[in-house]
Unconditional design. Structure first.
Length: 98
C-alpha cells in the first residue's frame, strides 16, 4: 500500500513538472500530460484508500490469535481440558445412555 501511495505522489510530481514545462516553455502538449498525471495520482490515492479500508475490514473480521502467558500455561481463550478422541467421546455417550 505504501508503494501505491508513493507512485501516486510521483504522478503528482510529474503533473507539476509537466505543467511547469507547459507554462514556462510554451509547450501546449504538456498540458494534457499534466492533466493525465494528476488524474492518475488521484485514482491511485483512491486505490490506496480502498486497500486500507479492505485491510481494516479483514483484520476486524479475523479472530484474535491465542497467546500463552507462559510456556507451561494453556493459551488464553483455549479450552481448559484437551480434546478427547472420538472413541473416548463415543464411550462416554454410550455409558450415559445405559
Amino acid at each position: 500500500m505504501l508503494a501505491v501511495r508513493v507512485i501516486a505522489w510521483v504522478c503528482f510530481g510529474a503533473a507539476a513538472l509537466s505543467l511547469w514545462l507547459a507554462v514556462a516553455h510554451e509547450l501546449a502538449a504538456f498540458v494534457s500530460t499534466a492533466f493525465a498525471a494528476a488524474v492518475s495520482g488521484v485514482l491511485l490515492l483512491a486505490v490506496d484508500l480502498a486497500l486500507v479500508r479492505l485491510t481494516e475490514i479483514r483484520d476486524a473480521l479475523r479472530p484474535a490469535p491465542l497467546r500463552a502467558e507462559s510456556p507451561t500455561e494453556p493459551a488464553v481463550g483455549a479450552p481448559a481440558e484437551s480434546a478427547a478422541s472420538l472413541a473416548e467421546l463415543e464411550r462416554k455417550l454410550a455409558a450415559k445412555r445405559g
